[in-house]
Design a protein around this ligand. Structure first.
Ligand SMILES: Cc1cc2nc3c(=O)[nH]c(=O)nc-3n(C[C@H](O)[C@H](O)[C@H](O)COP(=O)(O)OP(=O)(O)OC[C@H]3O[C@@H](n4cnc5c(N)ncnc54)[C@H](O)[C@@H]3O)c2cc1C
Ligand code: SF4
Length: 421
């Protein structure tokens, strides 16, 4: 049987591994370790906020090692490192977001149909919305913001409505890509540094594993180390990427509101899709712990997230982001903030009490964007013939929407192309 190596076990990597496993001897190389959800009592930790202990978001890594944080003066980047990649930290939103792909001639109807058949995607969580969620939904409807229940990768009967979706689901009610990896050989704690390329063939994958250096050979190699990990591997292997980084920045707008318990709500239960941004209820744990303006009772605030489709410009080197928002980005963010202020005031908040969260982002991608010329092959001519990229790096434009399903659809098509070669 031919051998395939997949680098990364997140949305793209696990999907490709599962698809190829019936035709290839597949090995997944994953830098992180097994995922463990955050297990410390948030109420107790919240009491320490005023001690000044939580001075830097990067401290989260001590308590939740599978969450990685990078920050520059403008924003904080959050991504996953561990089995399941960033999907273990996702809020479970399952959205088709392939407008940019359609524009360059890529039709993924068949792959999305398969995903909707194969995955536990549901909006069957509405009956458990809290009163504040229902009221916010009605207010946004009255404002013409057209809120819609969010389709979720979720088994609702297992959901405790604990609100911890972005720090790891304690019950595994929320689906993530670890479920695709049963029966597949996965080597964790294994950082891919570079790939030897010669005569348009990828020959050898170099990894560091603890203090050891190892190499792996395969007939096909798929790089799916995510929008943050893949550019470094490609560049170290002599393949150039473009400074075309998008991140889908997130800004929360919140107000104090006694005893509403938004902290006990499934995150992002519904969504309003606007031009270039979305709005959705979201308890922002990052701001709650690390932003002084958020030092309020956990059960006593309402928070709305704005997620923006940013201008594709910026870079990542050695897992460090080089990115600033453009004037256009700031204009759209301001529109979102104005919408959220209006919603909060209609819910009864005082305008002067409204506060903003920490600007953060969790959807890096776009540094090896697909073009119309690659619409059939989904294979960049910059890559050797037997090497593919199958993660957020190949998305041609920022989405401002949850990307997991779209990355999975691309990874499925890439795996089919490889099988049919
Ligand atoms: C808090 C949060 C909530 C989110 N919620 C949602 C949501 O609800 N719905 C949604 O659609 N999207 C959501 N996202 C975004 C989504 O999770 C990511 O866009 C998606 O998982 C990216 O898939 P990927 O395959 O590109 O990379 P990832 O899923 O990040 O996987 C990359 C994998 O590669 C590994 N890796 C990296 N470098 C190396 C290396 N050198 N060697 C070996 N392995 C390596 C990493 O450890 C990781 O496991 C969220 C993101 C965050 C941060
Ligand atoms: S709210 Fe439900 S899906 Fe989210 S972490 Fe809690 S149990 Fe899991």
């Amino acid at each position: 049987m031919k051998k395939a190596i997949i680098i990364g076990s997140g949305a793209g990597g696990a999907t490709a591994a599962k698809m190829l496993s019936s035709h290839f001897d597949v090995t997944v190389l994953e830098q992180g370790k097994a995922f463990k959800p955050f297990s410390f009592p948030l109420e107790q930790l919240a009491k320490f906020r005023k001690t000044g202990l939580y001075f830097d978001e990067r401290l989260i890594q001590l308590l939740l090692p599978n969450m990685r944080i990078d920050r520059n003066p403008e924003m904080v980047m959050v991504y996953g490192r561990g089995l399941g990649g960033t999907t273990t930290l996702a809020t479970g939103n399952a959205v088709r977001a392939d407008e940019g792909l359609k524009k360059i001639g890529i039709n993924l109807d068949a792959e999305f149909d398969e995903l909707f058949q194969e995955l536990p995607i549901t909006t069957d969580h509405q009956s458990r919305w809290l009163p504040i969620t229902k009221r916010t939904f009605e207010v946004m409807k009255d404002m013409g913001l057209d809120p819609q229940p969010m389709p979720k990768l979720l088994r609702p009967q297992q959901c405790r409505m604990c609100g911890h979706c972005s720090i790891g689901c304690p019950t595994r009610a929320k689906w993530d890509t670890r479920e695709l990896l049963d029966g597949i050989k996965v080597i964790t704690g294994c950082k891919v540094t570079h790939i030897d390329i010669d005569d348009r063939r990828a020959r050898r994958v170099h990894v560091t594993r603890g203090s050891r250096h190892e190499t792996y050979e395969a007939d096909v190699i798929i790089v799916a180390a995510g929008g943050y990990g893949t550019p470094d591997i490609l560049r170290n292997s002599g393949i150039d990427c473009q400074p075309h980084l998008f991140v889908d920045p997130v800004l929360c707008v919140a107000a104090p509101m006694a005893n509403v318990h938004q902290d006990r709500q499934l995150l992002m239960p519904f969504v309003s899709i606007r031009d270039k941004y979305i709005i959705s209820p979201y308890m922002d744990w990052l701001s709650f712990f690390f932003n002084k303006q958020w030092y309020k009772p956990m059960d006593g605030m309402v928070s709305l997230m704005i997620k923006l489709a940013d201008v594709e410009q910026g870079d990542v080197h050695d897992n460090r982001m080089q990115k600033t928002l453009t004037v256009t980005d700031h204009e759209y963010l301001k529109r979102g903030v104005d919408d959220c202020r209006e919603v909060l005031m209609r819910l009864g908040a005082n305008e002067k009490d409204i506060f903003l969260g920490t600007l953060n982002a969790g959807h890096p991608g776009g540094m090896l964007p697909l073009t119309a010329a690659e619409a059939d092959s989904l294979h960049s001519p910059l890559l050797p013939d037997n090497m593919y990229v199958a993660d957020a790096s190949i998305l041609p434009q920022s989405l401002g929407l949850p990307p997991i399903l779209t990355i999975m659809a691309l990874a499925k098509r890439i795996a089919k192309n490889i099988i049919n070669q």
